[in-house]
Design a protein around this ligand. Structure first.
Ligand SMILES: Cc1cc2nc3c(=O)[nH]c(=O)nc-3n(C[C@H](O)[C@H](O)[C@H](O)COP(=O)(O)OP(=O)(O)OC[C@H]3O[C@@H](n4cnc5c(N)ncnc54)[C@H](O)[C@@H]3O)c2cc1C
Length: 440
């Protein structure tokens, strides 16, 4: 599956070429599979988001008699790639919300509680109410935590007031962010955008929102009274150098100012001031009329407090120590991590989840069948980088920063195209849903 020459066709299916035709094709059914593997194994999956749900559905298809248990305290499933569209006024908050339980296979059970403790020596997870759940295989799929408390002066109550937005915080907050952006692009002033210095999910999203704000102001005829600055946390605007350079050029063309090596530290909503720290530790204040607050991101506390994270790597962030190719834990072979919580150098997107889940499925099923799994994850990461309403760049890359376009010769990754926009705006949700069902 991850051999290079196999990649384009299957990715094409995920991305849903031409407005979702392939996505609809996918919804018609999964490819024929080998006979199910009989087992009594207890497989516990922490988190029923994109990764946990997709994996549960795929394992249910492959295994006969397994006890698949998911833990998740949130009754709502959030389609997070939709948050940007909500915050751009293109979709209502309900666009991203469904019920977690609606996506799960009938043969799996859901414990509607968060995991509070993981003991990989005893092979037991304890839930928030104290129930002990023993496992033979554990898959950590908790996604990540948004550390709002790390920003001095900030609280989520501020979102939707006096120019403060927070697209990442959830569907309702994304809708409130849109109301603020709409108001700001009418009245004008100074917009300040940034990203955290930690690893983050969909690192393109902060850039997209700067582009979208600029586009709205231009469309409304208010661009002349709008000043926009993007503060990058490092010396570069994006982790993949060729993409960073393209974004730099587009920002320059569109009159979006840039500052480098600035990490957001505090906000003072009364004075409308944001404080950044630079590479020398010096603090700089800047005023704002509109901003999209994006906090540091870490593994959830239950993971950070367990023996599972890397030591000496991503200190304070707590990503699970897994082999980048197999996603199997380096020290606890019956533990895997998939999705945003996995401690791998790329891959915090839903599109990455699509490529990670079959690897974990293969490794577990093969082991239960007395064989060796063969699938590997190559770091595939993709985020349609919206540059205007109706235009996006379909950026896809791997662990080595190679661009790995799904449609070579057809869709140029570094061009702002309508077809790439369609994939984000129309096709991605259908294919994401197919992925949740284990069909993509
Ligand atoms: C604004 C924004 C835009 C994005 N745009 C794109 C895009 O265009 N393309 C793209 O591919 N990706 C995009 N993404 C990223 C994508 O949504 C995530 O990478 C993806 O959802 C990761 O899946 P996951 O299963 O790891 O985490 P999630 O989908 O977040 O699921 C994690 C689940 O774990 C649960 N959980 C948390 N803690 C615990 C616990 N202690 N015990 C049990 N359960 C727990 C949560 O309740 C949640 O249900 C975007 C994300 C955001 C926020």
């Amino acid at each position: 599956m991850t051999r290079r020459h196999d990649i384009p066709a299957t990715r094409r299916a995920f991305l849903g070429l031409a407005g979702g035709a392939a996505a609809l094709g996918l919804a018609g059914g999964a490819p024929a599979r080998a006979a199910k593997v009989a087992t009594r194994a207890r497989i516990v999956i922490l988190g029923a988001g994109a990764a946990g749900t997709a994996l549960a559905n795929r394992l249910a298809e492959r295994l006969e008699g397994a006890q698949i248990t998911l833990l998740d305290g949130r009754a709502e499933h959030w389609y997070q790639p939709g948050f940007t569209l909500i915050a751009a006024g293109l979709k209502p908050a309900s666009y991203s919300v469904s019920r977690t339980s609606d996506w799960l296979p009938a043969s799996a059970s859901l414990i509607a509680e968060a995991a509070a403790e993981i003991d990989p020596e005893a092979k037991v997870v304890t839930t928030a109410s104290g129930t002990r759940v023993p496992y033979d295989f554990l898959v950590v799929a908790t996604g990540l935590t948004l550390d709002w408390d790390a920003i001095e002066g900030f609280s989520l109550d501020l979102v939707g007031k006096d120019g403060i937005g927070a697209v990442y915080a959830g569907p309702d907050y994304a809708a409130k962010t849109w109301a603020e952006m709409d108001r700001f692009t009418d009245s004008g002033g100074r917009a300040v955008f940034f990203r955290p210095a930690t690893e983050m999910k969909c690192a393109g999203a902060p850039l997209k929102y700067a582009f979208l704000t600029e586009d709205y102001a231009t469309r409304k005829g208010t661009r002349g009274k709008v000043d926009i600055t993007y503060f990058a946390q490092s010396k570069s605007l994006f982790g993949v150098p060729i993409v960073a350079e393209k974004v730099r050029m587009l920002f320059e063309e569109r009159g979006i100012g840039t500052e480098y090596s600035h990490v957001m530290k505090a906000i003072d909503p009364g004075r409308k001031i944001i404080t950044f720290t630079d590479a020398d530790g010096l603090e700089h204040e800047t005023d704002y009329d509109f901003t999209n607050v994006i906090p540091p991101m870490r593994a959830p506390e239950v993971v950070r407090n367990s023996p599972l994270p890397w030591s000496g790597k991503w200190e304070g962030e707590g990503w699970v120590e897994v082999d980048p190719q197999t996603l199997r834990h380096n020290r606890y072979p019956e533990v895997f991590a998939v999705g945003d919580v996995a401690g791998v150098p790329k891959g915090k997107t839903a599109a990455s989840v699509k490529w990670q889940v079959p690897v974990v499925e293969d490794r577990i099923v093969a082991q239960l069948a007395g064989q060796e799994g063969t699938e590997v994850y190559d770091g595939y990461t993709s985020c349609p980088l919206i540059t205007r309403i109706g235009r996006a760049m379909l950026i896809e890359f791997d662990y080595h920063n190679n661009l790995v376009p799904s449609f070579p010769g057809l869709i140029a990754p570094l061009e702002e195209l309508w077809i790439s926009w369609l994939m984000k705006e129309v096709a991605l949700k259908a294919t994401y849903n197919a992925m949740l069902r284990g069909k993509a």
